[in-house]
Write a protein that binds this ligand. Structure first.
Ligand SMILES: Cc1cc2nc3c(=O)[nH]c(=O)nc-3n(C[C@H](O)[C@H](O)[C@H](O)COP(=O)(O)OP(=O)(O)OC[C@H]3O[C@@H](n4cnc5c(N)ncnc54)[C@H](O)[C@@H]3O)c2cc1C
Length: 568
């Protein structure tokens, strides 16, 4: 890897600052500013309505480039896909640059799905890979490329078996979550294979991306921080690298073998969300996404000739706790920025299948539906929100419900014996979760008045009758997920969805090469993780637990192995 400026990174930074190149970059990047455009009316400009958020590709004059760097493999984004690609490239001796717009690696996503690794086979029977393939396809109503999914199915185990010793060498220990393959939820059964890997202690520094950064540093590499993608360099059907805005000015990176977009999804871009995922504002109150994931990398891939999945695929969890009276949808802050109204990240107990009612006090749904399915159903209710109500027997109920995936976070603390109130406080529910000695008082605290309050009381009485009978004749919830509301203290909290990320992205083939509209390959351009598509549609298949990060890590590693000649 060479810097054509001939300067070390530190010297390069200083030289750039002396030259006042930041101002130069700002001028050269005028085309980067989001264009203030109104959405055309869908009926009069349907095609444009789908892409008005794209904007125009910035133009960069060669004279404005302050430095040029050359490498074999350019990785854009030091998140989950990017750091796996970097660690792999480092091990395989592939010359690379990893360029990151932030000042640290992206947040590690802790739970990683991989099929039939040697670790899962120690605790569970082999998983039928074809069943996973077809289950994912069913979740997406077929709007996938099964060949892309198969890359994860085939190579996920190799990925996790590669990263595990690296994690262990840095003090982490591997865990696997055994699953009940036929998982009851929403009155039916979902396929829930044992594929989830994680590293203990979870959510504690150092995490996987930190350790991968150390790993590449030990081999003499570093992440290039403050490298904000401006555009991909492309000529015809070929990408040759990219231009970045840096504190020193515009830097061009030439990539001889390939450029990997690993820039994540677009959850932090309300304009793209509204255009591609119109249901999200109708069912979300909370932001659990990384603010860095603004969809710019996806737009750059489209400017270079790529095409995007037609259908959107959000990841929404049913944990966006809000005070009474708050609706789903964006609000605008004093600086004119749009965001979701919740001040809280996620209140995990929201995923427990307790009684849920709408603002009219009516039960409207089978509460044990998967996270996003419940949020989608709530979007048909006033304000898109629902109120979850339970009683003083909640701990026993939670232990009996047997939720899985990250909903089992609450269960784990109950199993450890943590008092419920302590858990709610620890999870940030103070002031959001209401508690009262009588249902009448609770209803008042939750904002129910008049007819709605009476309806709530009637709904609870009817629900208690259903529980007593053992059969949910209204919505078919599993008997073990029915729980009476009779024992003080009583609890209640309003919820909407929490948006985590988006999974619809650039069309790719099984080698993660970005495709054009006619299906041909854009030479030199790859996409991995949430910026890439062909894997999901409409939802996140949450009972194929951790398949998002699993495929992300596998795809990132695949591209590095491919370019290093490590794949047969
Ligand atoms: C809170 C949360 C928890 C999650 N937990 C799990 C889990 O446990 N298991 C699971 O399977 N899935 C999980 N997911 C989903 C998972 O994060 C994603 O599916 C995926 O792993 C994201 O990886 P990525 O590499 O695509 O993007 P990211 O990890 O977000 O990385 C993108 C990187 O690109 C950088 N970048 C963006 N734009 C630019 C630019 N213009 N120039 C330069 N750099 C740029 C960003 O700064 C960031 O570092 C979770 C998601 C969230 C939000």
């Amino acid at each position: 890897m060479t810097d054509s400026s001939g300067l070390s990174r530190r010297g390069f930074l200083q030289a750039g600052m002396l030259a006042g190149a930041g101002a130069l970059a700002a001028g050269a990047l005028a085309g980067c500013a989001p264009r203030a455009q109104e959405a055309p009316h869908p009926e009069t400009a349907s095609q444009e309505a789908h892409t008005y958020w794209l904007g125009e590709e910035p133009t960069v004059a060669d004279a404005d480039i302050v430095a040029t760097r050359d490498t074999d493999f350019l990785i854009i984004g030091a998140g989950n896909a990017g750091m796996m690609a970097a660690g792999t490239a480092s091990d395989l001796g592939l010359d690379f640059i990893v360029a990151e717009k932030g000042t640290s690696v992206g947040d590690t996503r802790e739970y990683v799905g991989a099929i039939n690794s040697k670790y899962t086979l120690e605790v569970a029977d082999p998983v039928d890979e074809m069943k996973v393939l077809n289950e994912l396809t069913r979740y997406a109503s077929g709007r996938v490329d099964q060949r892309v999914i198969k890359t994860w199915l085939n190579e996920g185990k190799e990925m996790i078996e590669w990263i595990t010793p690296i994690m262990e060498a840095n003090g982490k220990t591997l865990g696997v979550t055994p699953m009940e393959a036929d998982h009851p939820a929403g009155g039916t059964y979902y396929f829930a294979p044992t594929i989830e890997h994680f590293f203990n202690p979870t959510y504690e520094y150092p995490m996987r991306n930190d350790i991968l950064e150390w790993h590449i540093q030990e081999a003499g590499h570093e992440v290039s921080y403050n490298y904000d993608l401006v555009k991909l360099d492309h000529d015809g059907n070929r990408v040759t690298g990219a231009v970045f805005a840096t504190p020193e000015g515009l830097v061009r990176v030439n990539a001889a073998k390939g450029t990997l977009l690993a820039t994540g999804g677009y959850a932090a871009n309300p304009e793209m969300i509204r255009a591609n995922l119109p249901l999200v504002p109708a069912c979300c109150t909370a932001a659990s996404y990384s603010p860095r994931c603004d969809g710019y990398g996806l737009r750059a891939g489209l400017w270079a000739g790529g095409v995007k999945d037609v259908n959107g695929a959000p990841v929404i969890f049913d944990r966006g706790a809000v005070p009474a009276g708050v609706d789903c949808g964006y609000v605008v802050d004093a600086d004119g920025r749009e965001h979701f109204p919740a001040t809280h990240y996620q209140l995990n107990i929201g995923s427990q299948p307790f009684l849920k009612v709408n603002r009219k006090g009516e039960r409207f749904v089978n509460e044990s539906l998967p996270y996003d399915t419940l949020c989608n159903a709530a979007s048909y209710q006033p304000g898109g929100v629902w109120c979850q109500i339970f009683d003083g027997n909640a701990v026993d109920d939670i232990l009996r419900f047997g939720t899985t995936g990250c909903a089992a976070y609450t269960t784990a603390f109950m199993q450890m014996g943590m008092p419920l109130d302590d858990f709610i406080a620890m999870d940030g529910g103070t002031g959001l979760m209401q508690k009262a000695d009588s249902l009448d008082e609770l209803a008042g605290l939750l904002g129910f008045e008049g007819e709605a309050k009476q309806q709530l009381m009637d709904t609870i009485a009817h629900y208690n009758d259903i529980v007593e009978s053992g059969v949910d004749t209204d919505y078919g919830k599993e008997p073990h997920r029915l729980s009476k509301i009779i024992e003080p203290p009583f609890y209640g909290c309003w919820f909407g969805g929490a948006l985590l990320t988006t999974l619809d992205g650039l069309r790719i083939n099984e080698d993660m090469q970005v495709l054009t509209a006619d299906g041909s390959v854009i030479e030199g351009l790859y996409a991995a993780g949430d910026v890439s598509g062909c894997f999901y549609s409409d939802n996140y298949p949450e009972y194929i637990v951790a398949c998002a990060c699993g495929r992300t890590c596998t795809e990132g590693r695949h591209v590095a192995r491919l370019l290093a000649g490590d794949l047969a």
